[in-house]
Write a protein of this length. Sequence first.
Length: 258
Amino acid sequence: MRRMFLAALSLIAFWTPAGAIVMRHDREEQAYIDLAKKFPATVVFHIAKSDFAMDGMGTLIAPRWVLTAGHIADVLTPGDKVELGGKTYEVEALIQYPNWKGVTSWEDVKRDIALVRLRTAVKGIKPARLYTGTDEAGMALTIVGMGRHGTGLTGPVSDDTIMRAATNRVFKVDGTEIVFRFDAPGDPDVTELEGVSGDGDSGGPAYLERDGTIYVVGVGSAQDAKPVDKKLGHYGVLELYPRVSSFAPWIRATLKSR
């Protein structure tokens, strides 16, 4: 399924869907694996007819609702499976953000967001809360992914379906989008467990943990590899996430109406 996403976006230069974690080359991998365990609301999608071990990611935001990327929802159908907490649940319905028409330009990334309703409620896992503040610039957030991974020197190079998480500081806020930069060791803004997504696992969360509460601040969408000569997942690449605070009114209205 990751290859399908790449093919679907081939018309847009230097852009690939966001995916599993690419980490600093000078840190132990186990630290990234351990960090992911702190965020149990992270969801993995499984498409019934897919040959891959996982087919996209999302965030549980209510017992029957998952937040994900629009281009992930495009390839899901009712009956596909959602996995979290060691259990599986069935997709009941898919709701795209209004005016979503697929990925045809960079502007589409700014509304690459969707909701997935489950047939049954998830029990035993606390949903992440929607972040509604406007102070995301400069925040250190945690991104979570599963699948293809590597380091900032290699980019994403292998798959083992192990969940990993990394930290990154919001480089800038651009309207309905937050942007990360993959800083290298020694860069002024690099974080201790710096990382970005790789290719293929779009829809995953960017989390903020504040006063014991976990908020979802962004939704994984795409990378801009122009700054690093098309070297996806390498140090210096930019990563783009739709900004949850911009879409919170639509999300809440949708959950309330259904």
